[in-house]
Design a protein around this ligand. Structure first.
Ligand code: NAP
Length: 278
């Protein structure tokens, strides 16, 4: 049985199994299975190497293993090397492990829902963690003028130096805003309006400022709209949510492993129906 999975710690809430198993079923690939692979950091390398000899064709990689996945791979794409992280491993027949980063092209593909191309647009990226690195690299490669803001400015400066973009000390106006922080993940328990203001403040933004961005993407996904996307919609911006980005990167990984075109709408339906379930 060809197997696929997602390596993470924790990984219990990952939507990837639902998304990929729906795609496998839609394409009649009944002998394939995609499963959660909860692996603590200390066991990541040995477990991942063992997957190769256990019928696994490939694996997605999520927090906190994306850098370790790149380090472990036998070879890595130019994108994964430039970003410094891999979210997709392929276990090849010759025993080698190939690393790819589909977060970056996934972001560009998801943006395609609202925008032909980010080329020549001014983009502000919030955050300086793993996903911010992929997003900054993707937007820069696509020809956008990219600035990055982070709560801890030194991390934004380091990311900006590595990837050849600008770090900014406060959120500046732009055409496109992408939230790559984890702000908005937790349901605060506050009234929606109070929760929205608190989350925006954590991002160095006020409610009125959100009107300065025509396109807003939030990588965070949860069962209710995030505070950032709620504010963006209130201002009439075109928005892309985190599930759309998750589906887009998953579709690219799926095509790499199976050689088949991913059934995007099936994957999207599975992602959002899981959303209803929580
Ligand atoms: P990460 O490497 O841990 O980075 C977290 C970032 O969030 C850092 O920039 C951190 O700032 C910032 N942050 C955390 N708490 C904050 C707060 N209270 N106020 C302001 N900034 C705060 O995480 P990641 O891998 O980049 O992931 C970030 C988010 O994106 C997560 O919610 C993840 O689930 C989501 N994500 C979604 C997708 C998708 O496909 N939709 C893909 C990847 C990630 P400091 O540097 O100051 O700590």
């Amino acid at each position: 049985m060809p197997r696929l999975g997602v390596l993470g710690w924790p990984v219990a809430h990952s939507r990837s199994p639902a998304i990929h198993n729906a795609a496998l079923a839609a394409l009649g690939m009944d002998s394939w299975r995609y499963q959660r692979l909860p692996v603590p950091p200390a066991l990541f390398a040995q477990t991942t190497r063992a997957l190769a000899g256990s019928g696994f064709v490939g694996a997605n990689v999520t927090i906190p293993h994306k850098q370790a996945a790149l380090a472990l791979a036998t070879r890595a794409s130019e994108a994964a090397q430039a970003i410094g992280a891999a979210n997709t491993l392929t276990f090849c027949d010759d025993g080698t492990i190939a690393a790819e980063n589909t977060d970056a092209p996934g972001l560009i593909a998801a943006l395609g829902r609202v925008l032909d191309s980010p080329a020549h647009l001014r983009a502000l990226v919030l955050g300086a963690g793993g996903s911010a690195r992929a997003v900054v690299w993707a937007l820069r490669e696509a020809g956008a003028d990219v600035a990055v803001w982070n709560r801890t400015p030194e991390r934004a400066q380091a990311l900006a130096r590595d990837l050849g973009v600008r770090a900014v000390g406060r959120a500046e106006p732009a055409d496109l805003l992408v939230n790559c922080t984890s702000v908005g993940l937790e349901d605060s328990g506050l009234e929606p309006s109070a929760s929205e203001h608190r989350a925006l403040n954590q991002l160095g933004l006020g409610f009125d400022q959100i009107g300065e961005y025509s396109y807003v993407v939030d990588l965070v996904y949860r069962h209710r709209s995030t505070p950032l996307l709620a504010a963006a919609r209130a201002h009439g911006a075109s928005t892309v949510d985190g599930l759309e980005v998750l589906v887009a990167q998953g579709a690219l990984s799926f095509a790499l492993w199976t050689g088949r075109q991913a059934p995007l709408q099936v994957m999207r339906d599975a992602a959002y129906s899981e959303d209803q379930a929580i």
